[in-house]
Design a protein around this ligand. Structure first.
Ligand code: F0G
Length: 393
């Protein structure tokens, strides 16, 4: 019903490969004529495994009830920007607090199918937290490689508490990914970075859920780091289009931090591949990535959907994080890049007035308490008396 095919040469690879012999990225291809769709697009009972007929697993999934995240409208921002509809899909409300859970439920299930004893990843934090959680659920050993000192506290705490072996390296995420790819190959450990095509299959359900709840939006805006999620969501829409469940694809709009923006640069130059950024830097540590492994897939998603790429500064990211928080939506900095990007594009006149836009908030506020306190300030402390408390109020 499905196979792994190279996005460049089209050649089929074995299920346990991460790359084609030619070096190209792999993707899961379903024979969509053979798939028996057994779900109804009725906006009900949303979660990843509602769409099991379009997910490449052969066994009972390892699940923590991921997906089914809420879609909130931002009415005040709609008025301010003059955009018809703005929604935020809060992926920070997944079990481990990020969208990565959608991928890990599939990826860890595949690790068991392939009879692996251990899983591994390099991470800016969320992938490691999610992988540690699902590996714990499945009884697998988990190994995590992090850029030391550059991962938000909540994420490290999760990886440690769920029992992963956590190793910090004196290097950035791109170094960590290069190293863990070779180590897991040598030690026959199952790699769960987004170069793993099965993980992206779980993440494509973000597109399915949006369609299920509100139909096809005109645009989807999301932060881009290693560029897996934008590729996955685009794939989800494309499959629904091929199945004739929808009749158009939203403009995929990727937002990067201005000092970690290889995809944006490639987009400006109309290129199909990126030139890596050597020293990526941003307050949004989740997307502090200079050499995105899924760049080719992501750029195709942007070009094919007539989408856009844009950058935002750290201060634009923090303003958007605060704006979301004032609307009752608590997200980590990287997530706010989506809304920061929408605001910037709208002010540049790049968003049509009649558009329905969905921004993906990728991770929870609690992931990065240190940045939150840094930008909001510490709580005020007073004497324990009614008078001194009232004076402060
Ligand atoms: N937002 C958050 C909160 C993330 O953690 C990530 C990626 C992204 C956006 C970007 O997604 O890589 O698919 O383009 N975090 C990875 C990690 C790299 O290791 O947790 P992407």
């Amino acid at each position: 019903m499905y196979s792994l095919k190279c996005i460049d040469c089209g050649k089929e690879s074995g299920e346990e490969s991460y790359n084609c012999e030619c070096g190209g990225l792999l993707e899961v291809r379903f024979d969509l004529n053979q798939v028996e769709i057994d779900f109804k697009l009725n906006g009900k009972d949303l979660w990843v495994w509602k769409y099991r007929s379009l997910l490449p697993v052969k066994s009972e999934p390892v699940t923590l009830k991921e997906g089914g995240t809420p879609l909130y409208r931002l009415e005040r921002l709609e008025k301010e920007l003059g955009v018809h509809r703005i929604y935020v899909k809060h992926e920070g409300l997944n079990p481990s607090g990020s969208f990565k859970d959608r991928g890990m439920t599939v990826g860890v299930t595949k690790a068991l199918e392939f009879k692996r004893k251990a899983v591994a990843c390099a991470s800016t934090g969320n992938t490691s937290a999610s992988m540690a959680m699902y590996a714990a659920r499945a009884g697998l050993k988990a190994y995590v490689l992090l850029p030391a000192g550059k991962v938000a506290l909540g994420k490290v705490a999760q990886a440690l508490m769920h029992g992963a072996e956590v190793i910090g390296i004196r290097g950035n995420f791109d170094d960590a990914l290069r190293i863990i790819r070779e180590v897991s190959d040598r030690l026959k450990i199952y790699l769960l970075n987004s170069v793993n095509p099965f993980r992206l299959e779980g993440q494509k359900t973000i597109a399915y859920e949006i369609v299920d709840e509100i139909g096809v939006p005109d645009r989807v805006v999301l932060p881009v780091g290693n560029a897996g999620n934008i590729s996955a969501i685009y794939k989800g829409f494309k499959e629904f289009l091929e199945l004739q469940l929808i009749d158009k694809i939203p403009k995929m709009t990727g937002i990067q931090a201005s000092r970690a923006a290889p995809i944006y640069r490639a987009f400006l130059e109309k290129k199909e591949e990126v030139t890596p950024v050597a020293d990526p830097e941003t307050i949004a540590t989740a997307i502090r990535i200079g050499n995105p492994v899924n760049a080719k897939k992501a750029l195709r998603a942007i070009y094919d959907s007539k989408g856009l790429a844009e950058t935002v500064s750290d201060s634009e990211i923090i303003s958007a994080q605060k704006l979301l928080a004032k609307n009752g939506i608590g997200v980590e900095p990287a997530s706010a890049a989506s809304v920061a990007g929408l605001i910037k594009l709208s002010k540049l006149g790049m968003i049509e007035k009649d558009e329905t836009v969905v921004c993906i908030a990728t991770g929870n506020l609690l992931k990065d308490p240190e940045t939150a306190i840094k930008v909001c300030g510490e709580p005020k402390i007073v004497e324990a008396s009614v008078e001194s408390v009232m004076k402060m109020m």
